[in-house]
Design a protein around this ligand. Structure first.
Ligand code: COI
Length: 356
């Protein structure tokens, strides 16, 4: 049991107006969680304080070598007024796998969960209730040693900030257009592709800017060696329904092991659908798109939830999927996952954790 001090702000901010679209990641709540780390001392002084700017030395290692880890999960308000989290244990376990890869000290699981609960409880009035909205929880760790040599830091800050959000994409649940990238690569096996860290996201930006300029929302990455196999879409994992089978790239060391990805696999299996986690080549995808067996494409992620894909571009061709509309499985998964998250559908798999 960690003794988390809660210092409430004397100046709470007004809540967003009812008609605020809650554009992803733009509004922050009244409080944040923070805990310090020092080698030899461990994690100390966990506290919930007013959301505020932090002071860092310009030589803090995170600014120079990117030693940082982040996570993303959400809190929901049920119709009965309960505050619910979705599979926080999965995010906590993944955070510590990322920490391990990035030479960041492990965060005790109980501290992590208690910290999430403490800050969410403090700001629970910020959880939006309109359909399609939630409170996005962003835990992150940064290396703070003032030092320009390359080695792991001896001091860190672990923080959690909260943001009421609507849909990640301006399209909402409407299908997005995806650009299959054949010039840049995001990650390679043995690198940091399966860790959740800023470096993977900055690596994706040049391709994303190029794709945006061409009218596409996101980039679908191919493997970094052969540029042949499908990996993921930066902000989400990717699924295909090919001739009745749900197919997704297998975790291979350079793909983020998504919590929504795992939930989708479990749900589809529980519905009796054939599910395959395996290598998927871009050639197989193009062939399926051409012969009509590519029945659905959708992305999965905490921020993106289930995001249907209406168009896929590869080299000089653009493929329209489901006539650019939403597929039945995408819709059913969206309804089921958000239903469980909001406490509307029975949580048979034990995924929901109440914040009391
Ligand atoms: C999430 O889905 O929580 C993510 O971290 C993706 C992020 C890039 C918005």
């Amino acid at each position: 049991m960690w003794n988390i001090r809660v210092e409430k702000t004397a100046e709470p901010k007004p809540l967003p107006a009812a008609d605020n679209p809650l554009t992803f990641g733009t509004i922050f709540t009244d409080h944040m969680f923070i805990v310090n780390y020092e080698t030899g001392k461990g994690w100390f002084d966990p506290r919930v304080v007013a959301y505020q700017k932090i002071e860092l030395d310009p030589s803090a290692m995170v600014f120079h070598y990117g030693q940082e880890m982040f996570e993303g999960l959400k809190a929901y308000k049920s119709a009965e007024g309960k505050t619910l989290l979705f599979r926080p244990d999965k995010n906590i376990a993944r955070a510590n796998r990322s920490n391990d890869r990035l030479c960041i000290p492990e965060i005790p699981e109980e501290l992590f969960l208690e910290a999430i609960k403490a800050v969410v409880k403090t700001d629970e009035k910020w959880i939006p209730t309109k359909p399609g909205t939630s409170l996005y929880i962003r835990p992150f760790v940064i290396a703070t040693d003032p030092f320009l040599g390359v080695r792991p830091s001896n001091t860190y800050l672990f923080m959690i900030i909260l943001s009421p959000v609507g849909a990640y994409y301006p399209e909402g649940l409407n299908p997005v257009r995806i650009w299959i990238e054949d010039e840049y690569v995001r990650a390679v096996k043995g690198g940091i592709g399966e860790a959740k860290t800023g470096g993977n996201y900055v690596a994706s930006m040049a391709a994303q800017v190029k794709a945006h300029d061409e009218g596409y929302s996101q980039v679908l990455w191919l493997d970094g060696v052969e540029r042949k196999y499908i990996e993921e879409v930066g902000a989400m994992n990717i699924f295909f329904k090919i001739d009745g089978t749900i197919v997704t790239p297998q975790l291979n060391g350079s793909i983020l092991p998504g919590v929504t990805r795992d939930s989708v696999i479990q749900l589809c299996k529980s519905w009796g659908l054939p599910v395959e986690e395996r290598k998927v080549s871009v050639d197989e995808l193009v062939k399926a798109a051409k012969d009509g067996t590519l029945e659905e494409v959708f992305g999965t992620g905490t921020a993106a939830v289930i995001s249907p894909v209406g168009h896929l571009r590869y080299e000089t061709e653009v493929f329209k999927i489901k006539e650019g509309g939403i597929g039945e499985i995408s819709q059913k998964l969206y309804d089921t996952i958000t239903g469980i998250q909001l406490g509307k559908i029975k949580d048979e798999l034990g995924w929901v954790v109440e914040v009391k």
